[in-house]
Design a protein around this ligand. Sequence first.
Ligand SMILES: [Zn+2]
Length: 218
Amino acid sequence: MPLNIPVITRSPTSRRYTVHTDRQRWSAEQLAAVGHGRTVMEWAVRRGVREAALSCLNANFTPADIIVDEHPDGSVAMTGRVLCDGSDCHTAAQRRHYDAVEAFEAKTATEWAAKELNLAPGKVRVVQERVLPGRDRHRLRVPLGFVLAGAFCATAGGLMGRYDYAKPEGTSPGSDIEVWVGQNANSLFTQLANPSIVAGLLLVLYGIVRLLITKTTK
Ligand SMILES: [Zn+2]
């Protein structure tokens, strides 16, 4: 699982780094299936670290620090890590939001980075992309609402246009309430279908324009 973890050091100085990492776990069978299983596995982990950040010189040319965990079932977990001070890597890595396994990986990466930098474990933490504050979220939510309402309206129009009520044999609207409702709905839907589609599309357009305005004036 190649991963890039953006970290920041706390006082006395605040500095930004990225941990380029890969962690793999091979079963005893997997290791036995290839000659020199551990060497092949280590090679795969080092490649994983490079693949985490293909354009990064540090990830590609600094030998990764390899940590091996042996498990009672014979499987082996190997983690490779490189500490990178490139600002591009740090900015790119911040955009990612972790799942549970990755979050655990990120935490152990901070402990490793602290050790590399000769800092106490609590002095390094993961930085994530700034979450949009409430006002910005609201500004985006309104135009998105227009787009959604418009899409709903246009879809409803399309469905109404396709609605076609056929009166069952031997019934008449005068005596059968269901037939009366069906036939009236049919003519109402026929009249509403096209205006609904047009109104829906206009709403979608309006929403998109507002969305663009919101983005450019941010
Ligand atoms: Zn890097």
